[in-house]
Design a protein around this ligand. Structure first.
Ligand SMILES: *Cc1c(COP(=O)(O)O)cnc(C)c1O
Length: 390
């Protein structure tokens, strides 16, 4: 058998920490490595495999599409993209959808839309986009410019002009930064990579009101929080928020690469032929996978995400090594009491057969939305014994 870890180290660019496990297949919440060992996966590929590994209906729909039509370019329409776009608009109250291939790309498109909206209406000089500190919006230059964490900026200067981060949680700071040259504010309602930190509801409401008053577009990055992750289709619903633009990616395709930005009434027709595009965007296979995910998320399913998320939170809070739990639904962060270390815990837990993430200094839980209560129990039990042995 080929030594995959060795090949990986030799030929794949070293942008990720050394990978020790080679996964070959999965079913539901469990992944299997090349030695036949199974792992309970509480990461879902960083919030991507929303229906778990190889969900039967999802896999069948995708397989049928692969054998029918895999790609057309955007010169032609296809049913999967059109049906998915309609479904996304119906579910969110947004008006139009652009399909991209990743979260970063969705955010790039949202930022471009905001600049064109403003340019068309007010002319040049109103191109500034504000984001928040501790945010994460992706790795391309526009999205990275908006990412409010210096650690991601090292080595890559200069960034996009007129993109700046203001202190998260500080409304006065944002109000002061909302000068007449600002066209958009972009934020995550729960900062995922930033440590599963939820923004305060009142703070977000104030931002929305300020944006409405000044005709500044509000872009909500739901790449991690969207598509059922928090127990609502959009996390915006927890905040009674109707942003001008919402971006989605991660969990949307159930494991296939797809991103999207959803345009509200204010900017539904800003982008016109030639303004934006993507060779792969709206790919029929990715859209078919996403349609299967979105269709699964009915009221009962979303309610179960809320309940399972609360059960996870309650079970975690019973562990004396856990100080507090943040997040909503099945997007949770757990802060460890000193001297426990999140990265070491995740490493030890992997040895015990459970896959988990970190976010900053917290443990991060992003299990498949289809996880069962008993699988949650199993995961927390393994975490308990791992922590006890550390
Ligand atoms: C992961 C993430 C992104 C970037 O998505 P990619 O698909 O990796 O480009 C952007 N925003 C948020 C909130 C994310 O969690």
């Amino acid at each position: 058998m080929q030594d995959i870890v060795k090949l990986d180290g030799e030929y794949i660019a070293h942008t990720y920490a050394c990978r020790e496990v080679v996964l070959v297949k999965g079913k539901g919440c469990y992944a299997m490595d090349e030695n036949g060992r199974t792992y309970l996966d509480l990461t879902s590929g960083i919030g991507v495999n929303s229906l778990g590994y190889c969900d039967a209906k999802w896999a069948q729909a995708v397989c049928e599409q692969v054998q029918m039509l895999q790609h057309t370019s955007n010169l032609y329409s296809t049913a999967p993209a059109a049906l998915l776009a309609k479904e996304l608009c119906t579910r969110t109250g947004q008006h139009k959808v652009f399909f991209a291939n990743s979260g970063a790309e969705a955010n790039e498109g949202a930022m471009k839309t905001a600049r064109k909206y403003s340019f068309t209406k007010y002319g040049a000089g109103r191109a500034k986009i504000l984001s928040l500190t501790n945010s994460f919006h992706g790795r391309t230059f526009g999205a990275l410019s908006a990412t409010g964490q210096e650690v991601f900026h090292q080595y890559f200067n200069p960034f996009l002009p007129d993109v700046a981060s203001v202190k998260a949680g500080d409304f006065e700071a944002l109000e002061a930064a909302a000068t007449p040259d600002v066209c958009a504010v972009m934020l995550e309602l729960i900062q995922g990579e930033g440590g599963v930190v939820a923004l305060d509801k009142e703070y977000v409401q104030k931002i929305a009101a300020l944006c409405a008053k000044k005709d500044i577009l509000l872009i909500v990055d739901e790449v991690q929080t969207g598509v059922g992750r928090t127990g609502k289709f959009l996390c915006c619903e927890h905040y009674n928020l109707h942003p001008d633009i919402v971006t989605l990616a991660k969990g949307l395709g159930g494991g296939l690469p797809i991103g999207a930005f959803l345009l509200g009434g204010s900017c539904a027709d800003v982008l016109q032929p030639g303004d934006h595009g993507s060779t792969f965007g709206g790919n029929p296979i990715a859209c078919t996978g996403a349609f299967a995910v979105v269709k699964r998320l009915d009221t009962a399913f979303l309610e179960s995400v809320t309940q399972k998320g609360n059960a996870l939170r309650d079970a975690l809070l019973e562990l004396p090594q856990i100080a507090h739990v943040s997040g909503l639904g099945l997007m949770r962060g757990a802060a460890l009491v000193a001297p426990y270390d999140a990265k070491l815990t995740v490493k030890a837990l992997q040895k015990a057969g459970v896959l988990l993430l970190t976010a900053k200094d917290k443990l991060r839980f992003l299990p498949p939305l289809t996880i069962s209560l008993s699988e949650i129990k199993e995961g927390v039990k393994a975490l308990k014994s791992t922590l006890e042995e550390m």
